[in-house]
Design a protein around this ligand. Structure first.
Ligand SMILES: Nc1nc2c(ncn2[C@@H]2O[C@H](COP(=O)(O)OP(=O)(O)O)[C@@H](O)[C@H]2O)c(=O)[nH]1
Ligand SMILES: [Mg+2]
Length: 311
């Protein structure tokens, strides 16, 4: 297959073409470079990137499914990237996400893509960023990225969204940890899902007071959206909250600031990804004495690598 065929598939908004293009990037295929270079990168600027994060079982996928329905009813094409930190072999959670979004399985205008975090050479921002650019080129105007908010690469991925929603639910036991992990700080929208279950109100009050105490949130942001994703309750209010945050970010310039930061994260990720294999190769081939500070050896290696690149 030629890159021209794949690019045509993207222009034709063929979901299989989109999937193929993302796979090529993930597999580090030589064609990927050609495809990524030829994309219309102005399209990503026209999308809204919504991050949905929170512990496993909180209801992120069920909620995503409802949000997709809403945006589909507005005629928008939706892309979903489900980032899974668990083993790509077990695939358990990924399968769960797929099942939860099954309502849209036959809809050509919903493109769901899973992405594993484990076993990756580089960071997630390069891969997810590339996937988003491909989804945008394939006509998606809303991109939802679902992720369990743990670990640095996951936090980075939250930073590439325009708007981040944190989903918690009563009875998970790790609500407070999730807050302590700083997720509450980065979230623009706080959601207590499973509002039909005992403990939802208490959890909402806890979240509100922690958000207020942290001081970084204005009054509106400390307000919690209550949802019952499994029954579709509270979704309209949630969408209204998302739209309000989006509008305020556009007006204040926050959206541009975040996009710029996200772009730089993508560049950093790509640079690290590109340099890593040759550094590993050098270390393996290097006949060094393993004495003294490893940091110095690293500096020497990098110096040699820079010389090689500039030649
Ligand atoms: N009672 C109740 N269960 C829900 C609600 N939303 C989702 N669930 C269930 O919670 C489980 C985990 O949902 P899922 O969307 O996979 O969570 P995720 O791991 O955060 O993506 C599933 O069995 C859902 O059916 C809700 O509002 N109320
Ligand atoms: Mg899920």
């Amino acid at each position: 297959m030629k890159s021209e065929d794949i690019l045509k598939g993207l222009r034709d908004r063929d979901p299989r073409g989109i999937g193929r293009a993302i796979s090529l990037v993930e597999e580090n295929d030589p064609l990927a470079d050609e495809i990524l270079s030829s994309l219309d990168h102005s399209l990503i600027d026209q999308t809204t990137i919504l991050g949905i994060t929170g512990p496993p079982g909180a209801g992120k996928s069920t909620l995503t499914d409802r949000i997709i329905t809403k945006y589909r009813s507005q005629g928008r094409r939706v892309g979903v990237i489900a980032v899974d930190p668990s083993s790509p072999i077990s695939g358990g959670a990924i399968l769960g996400d797929r099942v939860r979004m099954m309502g849209h399985a036959l809809d050509q205008d919903v493109v769901v893509r899973s992405m594993a975090t484990r076993g990756r050479l580089g960071g997630l921002c390069a891969a997810a960023g590339a996937a988003m650019r491909i989804l945008a080129a394939g006509g998606c105007s809303i991109i939802i990225i679902e992720t369990v908010g743990v670990g640095q690469s996951e936090m980075d991925i939250i930073r590439i969204a325009d708007i981040t929603a944190l989903v918690l639910a009563p009875g998970l036991g790790d609500d407070i940890q999730a807050m302590k992990a700083g997720l509450l700080e980065v979230a623009d929208i706080l959601i207590v899902n499973k509002a039909d279950c005992a403990g939802a109100d208490t959890l909402a009050m806890d979240m509100e007071s922690i958000a207020r105490e942290s001081g970084s949130k204005d009054k509106d942001k400390a307000k919690v959206c209550m949802t019952v994703a499994s029954e579709g309750k509270g979704i309209d209010d949630l969408i209204a909250a998302i739209e309000a945050v989006d509008a305020s970010h556009r007006e204040s310039g926050e959206r541009r600031t975040r996009r710029d930061r996200a772009y730089d994260l993508e560049v950093l990720d790509w640079a690290l990804e590109m340099i890593k294999p040759s550094i590993i190769e050098r270390i393996n081939a290097w006949d060094h004495d393993r004495k003294g500070a490893p940091r110095r050896h690293a500096a020497k290696l990098l110096e040699q690598e820079c010389l090689r690149i500039s030649e």
